[in-house]
Design a protein around this ligand. Sequence first.
Ligand SMILES: [Mg+2]
Length: 126
Amino acid sequence: MKDRHAGVLIVDDLPFMRTAIRDILNEGGIPVAGEAENGLKCLEFYYRNPVALVLLDITMPVMDGIETLAKLKHLDRESQVIMCSAMGQDKYIIRSIQLGARDFIVKPFKPERIISAVRKAIELNV
Ligand SMILES: [Mg+2]
């Protein structure tokens, strides 16, 4: 792996959700490395530009978050991933943790929930 970018990669198929998360991270003083609209774009981005943390939606076209998580972990065992998914998708929590996600945030979320989860994940791996 190349040098790791200190920021967060935001992965969600909905532009307004990516913007909302970006705004929250900006407010919290957490650097954003980039955005991706599906799992495939996420993997392409990460391969070229490994980041400190990936915030990963589950329901997305092309490649969903569960498959993306498995592939990210295969690409980089040390990758740090927090799942971020809509209510009613809790059935994926256990699977995500088994695959190596470090946290699971349920939408709609409070900004503080994102900030504290992201800080915890990044501080442990700087
Ligand atoms: Mg989605």
